[in-house]
Ligand binder design. Structure first.
Ligand code: GLC
Length: 549
């Protein structure tokens, strides 16, 4: 698989990245058209969200044909061209496979509905308790996780939307069929795989009511998960050395180590989400709370230290297509702090141990659009929760406040290429409304301005490649008692690196350790050029000092 420690991965939400044919929807040729931009940034791989045929109820995470290309995104030839052109620029393509569930329009599910016994056993069909579902499990998109068939007393399991039926991984035929899917794409020359909600694939042998929760404790990191991943690895990508990342919902450190320690032969790395729940109220995504900064810091430190001690490997990220932008969530997103806050967030994770991910637009500091009315939103989870919140009695204003903060559409709006009404994303009507912020946040300006967020990201990608301490150094939390600071030391045989990230808006004085006064400033977002025993940190300052051995 090569070295995963020196790489940076760029995530492309295909439908809103770049539209090459004017239909308002981003497409595969649109990515090919922007490869020079990505090469300039310096990323090693691009992760592309699902582009397979799909009714698009969950924007492609409801796949109806695993080995095709949805015509709205292009053709198989376009995909091959993209892989080829990317390779020329030393960029690998990472595809996104959804192996936990299929669309109910998938041939397998359709055959199951027709009563084909082989395909019945591809899914979870169960008798209900009268009209009540077989268990009390909840769908992650709201409501019950079971849907009753119109034609019989049977229900089928869907942990997500009703049109996303969970596959039965305990059936070896299902696993075999999915391995063939992985092989199909591997033969097309992909370099990596992002595997959607992968730690949910192993359901318990007996499906029972959960008297203390919504069922997730029964199937999260489920009973046969490691067995299945070892088999997946052995039968598919393990032979090819692909870079793999599993999306692991509510997972634990112990499991994450097993998923990603190379000796376990499961995956290269894991996405976990605990750090993105520190502004949930009582674990509830749709209830607003302040960011609990101490908890955020503690989570980073604990995961970094423990993953290293178990030789696990983290995917480092703040943003993706399911998250509101971190800029404006963990920091201010006001114009006067824009550069500093965006670069602070970036440096915080890019200097950690793991493989950093950049979500499209993050490298120019894109922010949440805060659309005023629900008509501007289209995500299925958002619409479901809009209705649920209204049912709970929240006023329109209160409901929209939650939607603006939490909707997944926040990050799904068009990539801001140019300062115009269509963000330079399309010549047609963009599928999502364009954010007003396009006037001051766009690629065109970022490329022209030598001190832009873009060039800071470029530098982060470069220094990871040139400094082995960033790749492999061990991790020790530092300045832990400083309330608004995330700081750590990285150390290996070549150097020690001290990173200080200040999440405050008012100047704040801290002492620097004597030894580091001889060090070199590797990174600063405030043009700091001098070190002293006492320094005064500026708003959202980030500072990294390198001390060679
Ligand atoms: C993952 C995807 C998300 C999708 C869900 C169901 O969390 O990232 O976009 O809705 O899985 O497939």
């Amino acid at each position: 698989m090569g070295n995963i420690a020196d790489k940076t991965i760029y995530q492309i939400y295909l439908r809103s990245f770049y539209d090459s044919n004017g239909d308002g929807v981003g497409d595969l040729p649109g990515i090919t058209a922007k490869l020079d931009y990505l090469e300039n940034l310096g990323v090693d791989l691009i992760w592309i969200n699902p582009f397979y045929p799909s009714p698009q109820n969950d924007n492609g995470y409801d796949i109806s044909d695993y080995t095709g290309v949805d015509p709205r995104f292009g053709t198989m030839e376009d995909f091959d061209t993209l892989v080829r052109e990317a390779k020329k620029r030393s960029i690998g393509v990472m595809i996104d496979l959804v192996l936990n569930h299929t669309s109910t329009e998938h041939e397998w599910f359709q055959k199951a509905l027709q009563g084909h016994p082989k395909y019945r056993d591809f899914y979870y069909f169960k008798k209900g308790k009268g009209d009540l579902p077989p268990t009390n499990w909840a769908s992650k998109f709201g409501g019950s996780a079971w849907e009753k068939l119109a034609s019989s007393d049977d229900f089928y399991l869907h942990l997500f939307d009703v049109t996303q039926a969970d596959l039965n991984w305990s059936n070896p035929e299902v696993r075999e069929a999915l391995y063939q899917v992985v092989d199909f794409w591997t033969q097309k020359g992909i370099a990596g795989l992002r595997l959607d909600v992968l730690n949910l694939i192993s359901k318990p042998d007996k499906l029972e009511d959960d008297f203390i929760g919504d069922g997730r404790r029964f199937y999260t990191d489920g009973p046969h998960i490691h067995e299945y991943l070892k088999e997946l690895h052995a039968k598919t990508f393990g032979k090819k050395g692909l870079i793999t990342v599993g999306e692991m919902s509510s997972t634990s450190i112990a499991n994450s180590i097993r998923y990603s320690n190379p000796a376990e032969k499961e995956l290269s790395m894991v996405f976990h989400f605990h750090h993105l729940k520190v502004d949930y109220k009582d674990g509830e995504k749709w209830q607003l709370d302040q960011v609990r900064f101490a908890e955020l810091k503690e989570l980073f430190h604990t995961w970094q230290v423990d993953m290293a001690s178990g030789n696990g490997w983290d995917a480092l990220f703040w943003n993706n297509h399911d998250q509101p932008r971190a800029l404006g969530r963990f920091t201010s997103d006001k114009p006067e702090f824009h550069y500093q806050a965006a670069t602070l967030l970036a440096a915080t994770i890019h200097l950690m141990r793991g493989t950093p991910y950049i979500y499209m637009g993050e490298e120019i500091g894109m922010i949440n659009p805060r659309f005023k009315d629900i008509q501007s939103y289209s995500d299925i989870e958002t619409i479901n929760h809009y209705q649920l919140l209204q049912k709970e009695g929240l006023s329109e204003r209160e409901t929209m406040e939650v939607i603006q903060a939490r909707s997944r559409d926040n990050s799904r709006i068009p990539m801001q290429w140019e300062n115009d009404a269509k963000a330079g994303f399309t010549t047609g009507t963009p599928l999502y409304p364009v954010s007003d912020s396009v006037s001051w946040i766009n690629v065109q300006d970022a490329l022209r301005e030598p001190d832009s967020i873009f060039y800071f990201y470029k530098k982060l990608i470069e220094i990871r490649k040139t400094h082995s301490v960033i790749q492999f150094g061990n991790y020790t939390p530092y300045l832990v008692d400083e309330e608004r600071i995330i700081s750590y030391l990285r150390e290996n045989e070549e150097a020690t690196l001290l990173a200080i990230h200040y999440y405050g808006e008012t100047p704040h004085e801290i002492p620097l350790p004597e030894a580091f006064l001889q060090g070199k400033i590797l990174l600063s977002n405030v043009k700091r050029s001098q070190l002293a025993k006492q320094i005064t940190l500026q708003s959202y300052e980030t500072l990294a000092i390198l001390l060679p051995k």
